[in-house]
Design a protein around this ligand. Sequence first.
Ligand SMILES: Cc1cc2nc3c(=O)[nH]c(=O)nc-3n(C[C@H](O)[C@H](O)[C@H](O)COP(=O)(O)OP(=O)(O)OC[C@H]3O[C@@H](n4cnc5c(N)ncnc54)[C@H](O)[C@@H]3O)c2cc1C
Length: 235
Amino acid sequence: MKPQRFIAKLADKEFFNEKFSKYVFEMEEPHRIDFESGQYVSITVDETGDRRSYSVCSNPDTHHSFELLIDHSPQGKGTTFLQNLKFGDEIDVMGPLGRFVLAPDKGEDEIVFIATGSGIAPFRSMILYLLQDLGEKRPVTLYWGLRHEENLFWQNDFQDLVDEYENFKFHPVLSRGSEEWPLCKGRVTDCLAVHDLPAKGCYYLCGNAKMIEDVNTLLLSKGVVAEDVHFEKFY
Ligand SMILES: Cc1cc2nc3c(=O)[nH]c(=O)nc-3n(C[C@H](O)[C@H](O)[C@H](O)COP(=O)(O)OP(=O)(O)OC[C@H]3O[C@@H](n4cnc5c(N)ncnc54)[C@H](O)[C@@H]3O)c2cc1C
């Protein structure tokens, strides 16, 4: 799918918490978008033509709109531009871009997604597509690191997928969870250290550079080969 320039308009915005919101953009011109799950779009965020990249978090089986998950905390040009958009405002977009997409099935024992923060965006698209559209039967596991309980969202949606697809597992991890938090606490790497990580797995990592470096080191130490570790650094 060749990248192209298009105009989209803000159709909906879901405010999850102080840090994260989901934006729904409707295609204006052209009316259709084709992308692979995991790809991103590049949005013009000021009059000088400066741009920022955002992974599409929706299932690629929808073509008249696309969804973005935004972490507002950087408060630079990109996040401020998006935050100030009003319903119906048009944005100038280039996309789809990127090669961080699902790799061909090589018979790996498991597909493992490891995200921190907004790094969940491409994985939501990939997981929905894998389970709902491709009917993936191999085990699919998601580890997702956030800071506090207040940052959590989509946990019910992922839990619904756990209930519906017996091959899907979900592990939210909180680095600063409260005393009451019953699940994994610490960094994502701490959680991974106490779970089985199949050497013959297909791994996708997305988030900040430090997490990707640490998890990659851990995976290689467990016998995973470098070609089976795919990653996208957000910052
Ligand atoms: C391929 C790709 C896909 C991306 N997809 C998403 C996405 O789906 N959702 C999303 O929210 N962001 C995503 N980003 C990050 C996004 O492009 C911007 O970097 C981010 O929104 C900050 O832009 P800004 O102009 O507000 O801040 P800037 O002024 O550009 O950056 C301010 C500072 O914030 C840091 N920073 C960037 N992102 C974060 C973050 N998430 N948390 C904390 N610090 C950060 C930067 O390193 C910089 O030091 C993606 C980046 C890449 C390269």
